[in-house]
Structure formats: structure tokens, C-alpha cells
Design a protein around this ligand. Structure first.
Ligand code: ADP
Ligand code: MG
Length: 713
């Protein structure tokens, strides 16, 4: 019996036509990869049937040959008359072709390089052909690479691929749309409706006018003959809405539970703010804070003095001055006798923060330490022991800080910086290690507030919506290869005038080596052939920490004029004198990422420039996308566009963060459903708190590892 919990790799045991062990395994691997799950043995039929069609086609238009018109998409049922293979282009390509008839006329169908088809297209067989029919020069209709299906011998079996509405799937690993359609068809047919239990409470279904789960999962793959396909193609069919709702509902429930758990576990830190603390916080300020900085600091400190642990997201565009706010909050904790930690994504950033923070706190008695993987073992041991004994007040390091076995004496405050990968699950990690500090997550990704509240429902939000005074808007231009010479002239002139330049290369994971080569070769080329009179530096992620430090140091001091880099400088790097940013292959970056990159300039008094070089073959779509960067310096506008174009998963990098990525829902497209789902989840957790239903729902959510609730609360 096929069940939702059946592992996909055992699918061949369930009499699915044409699914042998090898196919089952490939399928499992494909599903696992699509969900970013490492272990293909863990994915189940439930995961498989949540792999939805990307669109639907109406192939129910069963036509007779005599009714065909030029260019028409239709399914025709024919009897094979002649079939054969021949070579074209000097034998490089082979064409398999058939001719067939349905009594009203004759047609020709052909396929490229699929000679194996001759094994099945035997004379006399009846076959359904779907595709676009074109009138040939010889007068009869023909179709290229049609989808085909042999008419079943028994008349009861419905066709799967033709003569009906069919789902089109994105290729799943090695499994193509047609094969997947066949598999889905048989899987759905073998799943008893009673196997697909309803999981949502009756009242929620009624209020939301949602259809049953079993029906939704069936229809979403194979819409009924009279279903409006345009709704399906917009993911707005009742089947889609039901499944999207469910997905959002579980997440909202998980978020609500997490918040409840956190609010019910008192943190044990006692933070007071008196004049001494206030003076200490003020004393470290190197400049007059903006109104926004003051406001968010007050919000943060208010959380710290409350008995509930803080879980706050601090949002502020690149360069809005988040760092100083975090340092001030850290001082509040330290002045109250606690330790604080600042965690950043890269070692370069950790290094830079530590330099800055140490400088800011030079006149204070606080002990600040940098803890990174590249310290010597002895030095590391020393710092570990000083943290454990409480001698270190503020630790700065990479996110590995909480994963490694660093023991704190009295950890009271943690900053997670530059997370556009949200560190939502990091509290769970902390609690596992026995800490329950105040947590401040900082991000420059301006996700709309409403979205943060719904998707990251257990975070409170503070926004810095004001830039430090005196910033000039960066001038951004999109240019092609043909402008390279002019651009070099421009750089030459600017560097002579004392400016410094970043040149960034994208790092695409699959071809990391190649990109590295690009950056390396480019640096060499620039140094020897283009700018022999200036100094060109190179920095990339594969370098040793000391090397990176040395390169950054040279650049900061102004000893190098041009810094060629891979995206390691994306976040947080702060060299105010650098006023020009060149991005090579800009079309390969997401808009938000480009905005982050651009934020590296525009930090000093000079007018700053960002030049986005796009490959010559750039599509109009890419150009349009990049044009947004020319139009606005506002990170919110950029992010909105980015969300529209790429969807939230990509933009927020949720996959890496441990926040479950949505399988079906899209928080932008389905925002209204998200709001309803959140409202319903909150209702179950409050008004219906003590009901059996809620207990059952809570159990379901806790069992799902992706929500990370097992350890929390
Ligand atoms: P981000 O929010 O991107 O992390 P930073 O904290 O790195 O921004 O601040 C960007 C730059 O602005 C830094 O050089 C910082 O010293 C400066 N800065 C921050 N706040 C102010 C302010 N109120 N007045 C002047 N300069 C400021
Ligand atoms: Mg920063």
C-alpha cells in the first residue's frame, strides 16, 4: 500500500509503471536536491507530491486531422502507417519519422535523435500526438517533437499526456516532465483518499473556504476537465490556495510557538540602565547619532531591561550606521556585568569590526577579543579560557562562535550582523548550549515590515530609516563591454585625483575556480597592461587570513589604488576613501546583492560611482533589471523589485538560514493567504489554546525538524 510516508526510493515496490529501482532512486535524489535535503533516503511520497507543476496545458482539444489549421496546438489520434529513421547533416543528426492517419487525413510526425522510438512505433499501433501542427509544403500537416502516448488497449484507461489537461513539471534531476507526469499520475491514483488525512481543523477550513487536502493534492496535479486552467496557471486555483494556506499555517504556528516558548522562559539576565551606564554608552560615540540611531537604541535597551529575552531584527540600509548601535547596546550589557558577542559572516568582517570596535573602545576598560578560525591553537585556547573565566567582555567572531565549543561565563547579549540569511534558528542553537541571551539580528536587506512580521513572526523589528548626514547619492550606470576603454580612462583620472576603486567579480559556486581565475587574471592584466603606474591588489575567499588582512590593510591605508575581489567584500567592508565600484558580469548578481556591493562606496565626502558592466549578450530582461539600480539608491525599492523578480527564497537566502523555505507558497504573490494563515494560527494558539485541536496541531509542528521546535520551549 502506497502511503504518504513511503520513502521515494522504495517506489519501485509499488507497481508504478516504468518505475524500476534505478528510477525510484533518481527520483528520490531529484526531490532531495530540490528541497536542499542531503539525504535522499529521507524524502517521501509526501515530498514528491508537493513537487507541483510549474504550469498546465490544455491538451483536451482532441481534433480530427481534417479539422487542423496551420499553427494549431492539438492532440490527434492516429494509426501508425510507416515509421523509419534517416540521417541528415552528413550523418550528424538522425530523424525518426512516422506517418499516420485517422481516416480523415494523413499527418507526419518527426523527432530528432530519438531513433530508439522505432522500437515502439510499430505499424498499426494507435498513438496520441500532441504538439503544434504546421502545414508542410507538400500540403499535409506535420509536427516536430510531439508529446506522444500509445492509446491503451483497454478502452477504460485514460490517457495521461494527451487529450486532457496536463501538468508540466520542471525537470527533476534526471527525470523529465513527461516521465514525472506519468509517475505522478500513478502515485496519485494509488494514494487512497483515506491515506491523505485532513490535517487542518474543521473550523479553519470552513472560515477559509478551503477544500480538503486529498482533493487539493489530486487536483493540483491533474485538474478536472472543467477546471479553469488560468487559475491553475496563476497558482490561484482552490487546490493551490488550500496547499499554500496549509504551508503558511504550519510556519505561523511554529513561529507563534517559538515566541511563546521564548517569552515564557525568563532569561535570568538583569539589566539596569542608570547614569553610569548612560554615560558609558555616550562616551564611546565618535559622532552625533542620527535620530533613527537614537530611537532604535532606545527600543533595544527597553527589550534588554525587560524580563523576556530580546529577539529583535535591526534593519537598516547599507551605511546607515548599525554597528555603533550594536556596540552601544553591548556596552549596556557589559556595564551590567555580562559578556557580549558580535557574530559576522566572514573573517574579514570580523577582523574589521574588531579593529573598529577596539578603536572605539580604546579609552574604556573593556576587554575586546577577536576569535577566528585562523588564530593559532595556543592563542585560541588562551582566549577560550579568558572568555570562560569572564575576563573578556566582548567577543567578535564569525558565526562559528556559537557552533564551536566556546564557553561563556555570563553571556548576556548577542549580535548577529549582516544576516540577510536570517539567524532565526540561532537562538535554538544558543539555548542548546545553555544560554538565553538577548539577541539582536542585523540586516541590510530591507524586507517589507509586514513580511518580516508574518514570516519571521518571532522577531520584533527596528528600522534605521535615516542616513548619517552629508552622504551624496551614488551615481550608478549600466555599461557594456564597448565602454571598457572609456571606463579605464575615467578610473585613471579618478585615481590620479586620489580616489580608490573596487572591482568585483561574481563567484558562481559551480565554477568557483574559473571565477577565481578571472579575478586573478584580471588583477594581473590591470596591473601590467592597463594601470602600470598604480598598484592593484587582489583579495578572494581562498586566501589565508593573514594574506587577506595584509591586502585589506594596504587598501585601507591607500597603498593600493585598485582592489580586485570576488564577492568577499560584499558585506560590511568600510573604506571611506574608496569611491568607485565596478561590478563585472553584473547581470549574474541579484539586485539586493548589487545594492550591498554598491554600499561599499558612498561612505566619504567624494562623489561616488558604481558602474555595472553587463556582458554583451545581456538580455533585455537583465538590462531592465539592472536599470533599477540606476534609478534608485533606496534599498527598499531595490529589494521590492528583487522580490518580484526572484522571489523571497532567493532574496532572503532562507535556505541557508534554517528557516524552512516554502515549497509552494510565495510570500509576495500569496501575501493575502499568508496573513489569513497567520491569523488562524494565532487564533488556535490564543483563543483556542486549551483545545484538543490545538494540542494535536502543536504535536504535528513539533515533529517536523525543519521548524526547530524540538529543543525550544
Ligand atoms: P552599516 O549599517 O552598513 O553596518 P556602518 O555601521 O558600517 O553601517 O556605518 C557606516 C559608516 O557610517 C561608518 O563609517 C560609520 O562610522 C559612519 N556613521 C555611522 N553613524 C554615523 C553618524 N551618526 N554620523 C556620522 N557617521 C556615521
Ligand atoms: Mg555593517
Amino acid at each position: 500500500m502506497l502511503k504518504l510516508t513511503t520513502p521515494i526510493y522504495e517506489l519501485h515496490l509499488h507497481e508504478i509503471p516504468r518505475v524500476a529501482m534505478k528510477t525510484a532512486l533518481k527520483l528520490a535524489e531529484g526531490v532531495a536536491a530540490s528541497m536542499s535535503v542531503a539525504n535522499a533516503q529521507r524524502v517521501t511520497i509526501d515530498d514528491l507530491i508537493h513537487y507541483l507543476p510549474m504550469r498546465y496545458e490544455d491538451r483536451s482539444n482532441l481534433a480530427r486531422i481534417r479539422e487542423l489549421q496551420n499553427g494549431m496546438w492539438a492532440t490527434i489520434e492516429v494509426e501508425v502507417r510507416i515509421a523509419g529513421t534517416y540521417a541528415v547533416k552528413g550523418g550528424k543528426l538522425r530523424i525518426f519519422e512516422i506517418s499516420g492517419t485517422d481516416g480523415t487525413g494523413q499527418v507526419r510526425a518527426f523527432w530528432w535523435n530519438q531513433a530508439y522510438l522505432q522500437n515502439s512505433f510499430k505499424q498499426g499501433r494507435r498513438v496520441l500526438l500532441y504538439g503544434q501542427w504546421k502545414r508542410s509544403r507538400r500540403g499535409f500537416f506535420e509536427v516536430e517533437n510531439p508529446d506522444y502516448e500509445f492509446a491503451a488497449d483497454d478502452d477504460d484507461a485514460d490517457p495521461i499526456h494527451t487529450g486532457r489537461r496536463v501538468p508540466i513539471y520542471r525537470k527533476l534531476g534526471e527525470i523529465r516532465s513527461k516521465q514525472l507526469r506519468s509517475i505522478m499520475h500513478h502515485v496519485v491514483a494509488r494514494l487512497n483518499s483515506s491515506e491523505i488525512e485532513e490535517v487542518l481543523p474543521e473550523e479553519v477550513l470552513t472560515r477559509g473556504k478551503l477544500i480538503a487536502r486529498a482533493a487539493a493534492l489530486r487536483n493540483v496535479h491533474f485538474p478536472a476537465d472543467d477546471a479553469p486552467l488560468d487559475l491553475y496557471n496563476r497558482f490561484a486555483s482552490p487546490a493551490h490556495q488550500r496547499l499554500i494556506f496549509e504551508e503558511f499555517f504550519w510556519l505561523s504556528l511554529a513561529m507563534g510557538l517559538r515566541r511563546q516558548g521564548r517569552e515564557q522562559s525568563p532569561k535570568g539576565t538583569v539589566i539596569e540602565v542608570n547614569d553610569r551606564v548612560r554615560n558609558a554608552v555616550r562616551a564611546v560615540l565618535p559622532f552625533k547619532p542620527t535620530g533613527a540611531q537614537k530611537r532604535v537604541l532606545a527600543e533595544i535597551v527597553k527589550d534588554m531591561t525587560s524580563s523576556k529575552p530580546m529577539n529583535r531584527l535591526l534593519q537598516g540600509d547599507v551605511g546607515s550606521g548599525k554597528t555603533i548601535v550594536a556596540v552601544q547596546a553591548a556596552i549596556v550589557a557589559v556595564e551590567n556585568g555580562y559578556q557580549a558577542a558580535i557574530m559576522v559572516p566572514t573573517e574579514i568582517l570580523a577582523e574589521q569590526h574588531s579593529t573598529n570596535v577596539k578603536r572605539m573602545l580604546a579609552k574604556t576598560p573593556y576587554r575586546v577579543e577577536l576569535l577566528t578560525g585562523s588564530l593559532t591553537a595556543a592563542r585560541k585556547r588562551q582566549i577560550h579560557s579568558d572568555i570562560e573565566s569572564g575576563e573578556v567582555d566582548l567577543v567578535i567572531g564569525t558565526h562559528a562562535l556559537i557552533q564551536e565549543a566556546v564557553k561563556f561565563q555570563k553571556l548576556g547579549f548577542v549580535v548577529v550582523d549582516e544576516q540577510h540569511r536570517f539567524g532565526v534558528l540561532q537562538r535554538a542553537e544558543l539555548i542548546k548550549r545553555g544560554y538565553n541571551p538577548d539577541v539582536l539580528v542585523m540586516t541590510a536587506t530591507p524586507i517589507p515590515r509586514s513580511l518580516v512580521m508574518s514570516v519571521y513572526g518571532d522577531l520584533d523589528l527596528s528600522v534605521i530609516d535615516e542616513m548619517p548626514p552629508g552622504r551624496k547619492p551614488i551615481i550608478t550606470r549600466v555599461r557594456g563591454e564597448d565602454s571598457r576603454r572609456k571606463m579605464y580612462q575615467f578610473l585613471d583620472q579618478k585615481i590620479r585625483g586620489g580616489g580608490q576603486v573596487y572591482i568585483v567579480y561574481p563567484l558562481v559556486e559551480e565554477s568557483e575556480k574559473l571565477d577565481l581565475l578571472n579575478a586573478t587574471q584580471m588583477a594581473e592584466h590591470l596591473q601590467t597592461s592597463v594601470f602600470p603606474n598604480f598598484r592593484v591588489g587582489l583579495i578572494h575567499g581562498r586566501m589565508k587570513q593573514e594574506e587577506k588582512d595584509a591586502v585589506m590593510d594596504e587598501f585601507r591605508k591607500g597603498a593600493t589604488h585598485i582592489l580586485v575581489s570576488t564577492t568577499v567584500i560584499e558585506v560590511g567592508v568600510d573604506v571611506p576613501n574608496a569611491s568607485i565600484m565596478i561590478v563585472e558580469h553584473a547581470e549574474r548578481f541579484g539586485l539586493s546583492q548589487l545594492h550591498q556591493l554598491r554600499g561599499r562606496v558612498g561612505r566619504g565626502d567624494e562623489q561616488s560611482y558604481c558602474i555595472l558592466l553587463a556582458g554583451d549578450k545581456r538580455s533585455t530582461e537583465a538590462r531592465e533589471r539592472l536599470a533599477i539600480m540606476e534609478e534608485t539608491n533606496d534599498g527598499f525599492k531595490v529589494a521590492e523589485k528583487d522580490l518580484e523578480i526572484r522571489g523571497p527564497g532567493e532574496v532572503m537566502g532562507t535556505r541557508q538560514s534554517g528557516v524552512p523555505a516554502f515549497r509552494i507558497g510565495n510570500v509576495v504573490r500569496d501575501y493575502a493567504i499568508l496573513e489569513t494563515a497567520k491569523r488562524e494560527a494565532d487564533h488556535m494558539l490564543t483563543a483556542r489554546r486549551n483545545s484538543r485541536e490545538t494540542a494535536r496541531l502543536v504535536e504535528i509542528v513539533r515533529e517536523q525538524p525543519k521548524y526547530g521546535l524540538a529543543t525550544v520551549g
